[in-house]
Design a protein around this ligand. Structure first.
Ligand code: GLA
Length: 729
């Protein structure tokens, strides 16, 4: 385990739990090359893989044709302009107008213990668990110093990478591209797995084979976005949930990103990830540095399933900080789909009263409680309680809710400003816009310029006042439009290209202040549903609203795609009313409960209005949540079948770490005529342990349950589900 440097051979060996990563400093040139990342190996002298003497063209200087060499060498961090014609990671713009950098190794540091980078979200670990390698490189001509940072954990197969770029030159220089990491390898018939969607249709899985050229995902929306996700997975073409080599990459960042796979003429394949270079132009004065966000890279030799479990464990153990991280979250009821903007104290108390009698534990007051907000046309930024709606004031409402034995939570959209708001009338220049150009509206709102300290301070002050005015134990932090018309009235012209990134830093700063000041607060991030469901946000909030689509069937694909990277404990999921408000589908109340159970679990409906038969099912659902949430929150997730692939049913399982308990969820989306009961082979059990399976007469070994399987009860109708508990005996 740990990080070793073999000085004579100039090889760095990074050993994770089951993986090895090897880096070489090459010959006299001292280029930093990537030798290997894969299953754990004892040896380190496998630098023959670099094929340094094997020039694709006629050898010349140094026995190498320079350009062919740069174009085929597996760089740890490729730079622009020197002849590596693939996707690069780093480019600058000097006063003379040049952009090339050639990095050579100078020195290194190995240390133990790890914290997140200053001002950014990131992984952390103590001295016993986390080891960090810093490779300090320089470009001799400009004096730029670039430190490649690698972290590994004893208990993980993830490698975390980032880069720190120092301007050690005498002149100021623009950074025009600064990605976080790159992995070069040979193409072994890989498929590319990415996550795509739209509002209310986030993170649907797409799998395609990798071809020549660049392919990948990106966002230039100022947030990670509904449409593409900062995640890439390369899987051997025959890899599945349980078999095959798989590489996953996920960016710990919440703004613009690019994530690309590039296959070139020599069948070399390169994965790159980091901040999108479009709209990025960062001025570095002499002595200043830029820290890129961290990328998490996971290798699994046991298919996609193991990769997912590695991401889940890393995020639960080394990224999420909230005091709720290891705790059951209160079952909440949110009034958004219940009332939209049409509510007042009486309405909220009526919902709370009924909800508390059924076992629901927290009332969340969503959008519409402030300023003159009666629709989404106005008032964002005016964070003062509207006492015409909230009669008696916020503290009265919260006290009444608390008297019912319930907690109270509140919605904010801190980053936004409505043109029709007192805030905008007072500070029109606080909105992001290009002077002289009318900015585009989305949901009738503009985005606040969070690169500006006074703006962040103002919003923080308003939030703090509200949060201190009553016993508020939860905040839903929303963000309902992408950034456009990029211009800051505050930044000087030479720093306009920093706005996208500085905006994200402002968001992080505000969230950091909030959770430092209110450490017991349960924060749930949200962005028009799941447009900012990313690991950056998980550093501040242990859960994120996964999608505005609460339909149980639509949620199957959304939650399957989300869980490929993120633990179930982070996935905001609620039972809502039918016909579903997004797709009009009618599903059984039980099924809605099973699907929401594979997330944080809560309700999003008017409990005083739903059919009595549904309401009567709530106490049993509450009991189900309390019975299984520890397992779901902390256990290992196994995907068994995907409705997305088979068009009939969905099935997943969660197994406790000690393998004594498991829960299988089976959702029959469509019934199939004249069919037999389905056999499901369980996963992740202890083969030598005996288990009692719900509804089965015989006690069976884990081995039998995994190799032979169980028969599912036949379910009559569509959208039906069942939950099967498996207990060690
Ligand atoms: C977004 C959120 C919803 C709700 C509304 C309120 O769409 O995703 O859950 O909070 O905003 O305006």
């Amino acid at each position: 385990m740990g990080i070793k440097y073999y000085e004579n051979e100039r090889i760095f060996k990074l050993d994770g739990k089951d993986t090895t990563y090897l880096i070489a400093v090459v010959d006299d040139e001292k280029f930093v090359g990537h030798i290997y990342y894969g299953s754990k190996i004892e040896d380190f002298q496998i630098d023959h893989l670099l094929r340094l003497k094997e020039a694709p063209f006629v050898p010349t200087e140094n026995n190498r044709d320079r350009l062919a060499f740069y174009d085929s060498f597996p760089w740890e961090y490729p730079t622009r302009g020197i002849g590596d014609f693939r996707e690069d990671c780093l480019a600058i713009e000097t006063k003379e107008g040049h952009w090339a950098l050639k990095l050579t190794y100078q020195s290194h540091k190995i240390s133990h213990g790890k914290q997140a980078p200053q001002g950014l979200p990131g992984v952390f670990g103590d001295e016993k668990n986390a080891s960090v390698l810093e490779l300090i490189c320089e470009d001799a001509q400009t004096g730029f110093e670039v430190t490649l940072i690698y972290t590994i954990f004893e208990d993980s197969d993830a490698i975390i990478r980032s880069t720190k770029i120092f301007n050690k030159a005498k002149e100021s220089v623009y950074l025009t591209k600064a990605l976080s990491a790159c992995i070069d390898m040979d193409n072994a018939e890989y498929d590319l797995i990415t996550l795509h969607g739209s509002w209310a249709r986030e993170r649907h899985i797409q799998r395609r084979s990798v071809g020549y050229g660049s392919q990948g995902v990106f966002s230039v929306r100022g947030e990670s976005g509904h449409q593409d996700h900062p995640f890439l997975c390369l899987a051997e073409s025959d890899a599945n949930q349980d078999h095959g080599a798989v590489y996953g990459m996920n960016l710990i960042y919440s703004g613009n990103f690019t994530a690309q796979v590039h296959q070139n003429q020599f069948e070399s394949i390169r994965m790159t990830m980091g901040i999108h270079p479009d709209g990025f132009r960062y001025l570095l004065e002499p002595g200043e540095f830029f820290q890129t966000p961290e990328v998490v890279i996971v290798y699994s030799d046991e298919g996609i399933g193991k990769m997912s479990r590695e991401f889940h464990d890393l995020y639960r153990n080394h990224l999420i900080r909230s005091s709720y991280k290891d705790k059951k979250r209160p079952i909440l009821i949110n009034n958004w789909e219940a009332t939209y903007f049409n509510f007042d104290t009486d309405k909220l108390l009526a919902i709370a009263k009924e909800a508390s009698s059924l076992g629901i534990e927290m009332l969340v007051m969503d959008d519409g409680w402030f300023g003159n907000r009666s629709s989404d046309n106005c008032a964002l930024g005016d964070w003062d309680v509207n006492e015409e709606k909230i009669k008696g004031g916020l503290s009265y409402l919260v006290e009444e809710v608390n008297k019912l034995g319930m907690k109270f939570g509140i919605w904010f959209e801190p980053e936004m400003i409505s043109p029709d708001s007192n805030l905008y009338r007072k500070h029109p220049d606080w909105a992001i816009a290009i002077p002289g150009k009318t900015p585009g509206l989305a949901r009738n709102q503009l985005v606040l310029d969070f690169s500006r300290k006074e703006v962040v301070d103002y919003v923080y002050g308003k939030m703090e006042t509200i949060l201190k005015s009553a016993n508020i134990e939860y905040v839903k932090w929303d963000m309902n439009r992408p950034l456009s018309d990029i211009g800051s009235a505050y930044l000087p012209s030479e720093r306009q290209g920093e706005l996208y990134h500085r905006y994200v830093l402002g968001v992080y700063e505000l969230q950091e202040r909030l959770i430092k000041q209110f450490p017991e607060l349960l924060l749930e991030n949200c962005s028009g549903g799941g447009a900012r469901f990313d690991p950056g946000m998980l550093y501040y909030s242990p859960q994120i609203w996964c999608s505005d689509d609460t339909d149980a069937i639509e949620r199957l694909s959304i939650q399957e795609g989300t869980a490929i990277v993120y633990p179930l404990s982070t996935i905001g999921a609620h039972v809502s009313d039918c016909p579903n408000h997004t797709v009009g589908r009618i599903t059984p109340f039980e099924t809605r409960g099973y699907v929401a159970l594979a997330g944080t679990f809560g309700y999003e409906l008017d409990v005083t209005k739903i059919p009595r038969e549904d309401r009567e099912l709530i106490p049993a659902q509450v009991e189900m949540y309390h019975k299984y949430n520890d397992l779901i929150r902390m256990g290992d997730y196994y995907r068994i079948a995907s409705y997305r692939e088979n068009h009939y049913f969905d099935c997943w399982q969660v197994v406790s770490k000690d393998k004594k308990e498991a829960l299988l969820t089976y959702i029959q989306v469509l019934n199939l005529a004249n069919s037999r009961s389905r056999i499901i082979k369980l996963k992740g059990l202890d083969p030598n342990q005996y288990y009692k399976v719900d509804g089965m007469e015989h006690i069976l070994s884990g081995n039998a349950l995994m190799c032979a399987g169980i028969c599912m009860d036949k379910l009559w109708g569509d959208f039906r589900g069942s939950l099967i508990s498996i207990q060690a005996v």
